[in-house]
Write a protein that binds this ligand. Structure first.
Ligand code: NDP
Length: 446
């Protein structure tokens, strides 16, 4: 329920952003947590902070023309939504996926603003991307596309302005092409302009692992304060991309047994536990589909289509995309004995799913808290770039673990303070909102 003091503002968001249901959903979810805060702090309404927070500082849409290997011309659309820079330069990833449109980028940038605030590091919120589909494209086609995108994007970014990174469809290869072209156009080796770089040329160790590892750290802490652990737990991780692979790796190191993962075509069930070396070989080296995993591992089964959430588990970690857990999926998870859900992806649980988990007493870690380890390590990469330093894997992972504990504790304590113990959604939204809103008031009407 949205507090009546926020209803008009929410109606305004709907009116000003028609046809963008994911953005409406993300705003609504935050508003549902804020009633108690605006009652206590009338200055937030008086200063128009909430209205300002729902309006991006800047939105850029541009044409991205490129040639495929046969010489055919393609036109894609590029986006960058610079949502809020009260706490630091805009920061957030780029997504390449055919489903990307302004509403996707806006919802992600809004979420990013809160997530970045939760890290307690000096970074604002942004997101970008394109409706380009990298699947089936050659390295040269991806390079030409990245170069064309950067030919426009470079005007809007910079280490003190806006620092993009990866997201769905954008990994080390794409960041390399983007950084190379930025360097060429600007004649500057400005390492801090992009994060997720290769570790030989300015990238931080642990960045690749950070989102998945961070989600596992958050999950472990959430289970610990609730008197249990990951030990011997049957777990399911959806997706098989960057976040999923490293969530599987850390959960396995922590004693959990991950028996299933997925891609957009189907689901792998591997009762003995996912073979991580094989998964990395298939996804990271060969860039192949999960069918290749099943072919190489006779004990595993591959089901085309279907829902990964039908597989019984105690812990579920969605790491693919938004709204991948429906209300029906959530009821299935609950009836199969699931006790905890940690969102590795952004907004993977639908609002109905979140309600089902809450009513069933399932521990639920929202993405803006649980997956913040990626951007936090990006901020560590920016620190290393700014000081021309290079930290070890162990040192960086320790920093990440500490940051994730800090995020967990802030969410946990805020939920208690505001009378909703154990509600990590409220804890995350209120903590982040107070940090961003406080800075916005301090900076005047900007
Ligand atoms: P990747 O591109 O590496 O992997 C995405 C995975 O999700 C793939 O297995 C992909 O399958 C699957 N997937 C993507 N879209 C869909 C869809 N529409 N339906 C079903 N499956 C889909 O992306 P990441 O691992 O980087 O990102 C995953 C999620 O985590 C996203 O929500 C992202 O915003 C979030 N995130 C990522 C961070 C990072 O550091 N990378 C940081 C914080 C959040 P297929 O190959 O078939 O498309």
């Amino acid at each position: 329920m949205i507090d009546e003091k926020l209803e008009d503002i929410y109606d305004d968001v709907l009116r000003r952003n028609p046809g963008e249901p994911e953005f409406h959903q993300a705003v609504r979810e935050v508003f549902e947590s804020l009633g108690v805060v605006v009652s206590k702090h009338p200055e937030f309404t008086r200063e128009g902070v909430i209205q300002r927070l729902c309006e991006p500082e800047r939105q850029i849409i541009f044409r991205v023309p490129w040639h495929d290997d046969e010489g055919r011309v393609h036109i894609n659309r590029g986006f960058r939504v610079e949502f809020n820079s009260a706490l630091g330069p805009f920061k957030g990833g780029l997504r390449f996926h055919p489903s990307v449109y302004l509403g996707t980028v806006k919802f992600l940038a809004f979420e990013q603003t809160f997530k970045n605030a939760l890290t307690n590091m000096p970074i604002g919120g942004a997101k970008g991307g394109s409706d380009f589909d990298p699947k089936g494209r050659s390295d040269r086609e991806v390079m030409r596309f990245c170069q064309s995108l950067m030919t426009e994007l470079y005007r809007h970014i910079g280490e003190y302005t806006d620092v993009p990174a990866g997201d769905i469809g954008v990994g080390g290869r794409e960041i390399g092409y983007l950084f190379g072209h930025y360097k060429r156009i600007t004649n500057r080796y400005e390492s801090g302009v992009l994060t997720g770089k290769g570790t030989d040329w300015g990238g931080a160790l642990v960045r690749k692992e950070a989102t998945g590892y961070g989600a596992a750290y958050f999950l472990e802490e959430m289970l610990r304060v609730n008197g249990t652990s990951l030990d011997d737990r049957t777990c399911i991780v959806s997706g098989s991309g960057n976040v999923a692979i490293y969530a599987i790796e850390k959960i396995t190191q922590m004693g959990g047994r991950v028996v299933a993962c997925s891609d957009s075509d189907g689901v792998i069930f591997d009762e003995k536990g996912i073979d991580l070396d094989l998964l990395k070989q298939v996804k990271e080296v060969e860039r192949a589909r999960l069918t290749a995993y099943a072919e190489a591992r006779p004990d595993a089964t591959y089901q085309e289509g279907g829902s990964i959430w039908d597989i019984p588990c105690q812990v579920a970690v969605p790491c693919a995309t938004q709204n991948e857990i429906s209300g029906r999926d959530a009821r299935m998870l609950v009836s199969n004995g699931c006790i905890a859900v940690a969102e590795g992806a952004n907004m993977p649980a639908s609002p109905e799913a979140v309600r089902v988990f809450s009513q069933a007493g399932v521990l639920f870690a929202p993405g803006k808290a649980a997956n913040a380890g990626g951007v936090a390590t990006s901020a560590l990469e920016m620190q290393q770039n700014a000081s021309r330093d290079r930290w070890t894997f162990e040192h960086t992972e320790l920093r990440l673990a500490k940051i994730m504990k800090g995020i967990h504790d802030a969410c946990f304590e805020t939920a208690e303070t505001y009378g909703s113990p154990g509600d990590y959604v409220k804890g995350a939204n209120i903590t982040a909102f107070q940090r961003v809103a406080g800075a916005m008031i301090a900076l005047g009407l900007v």
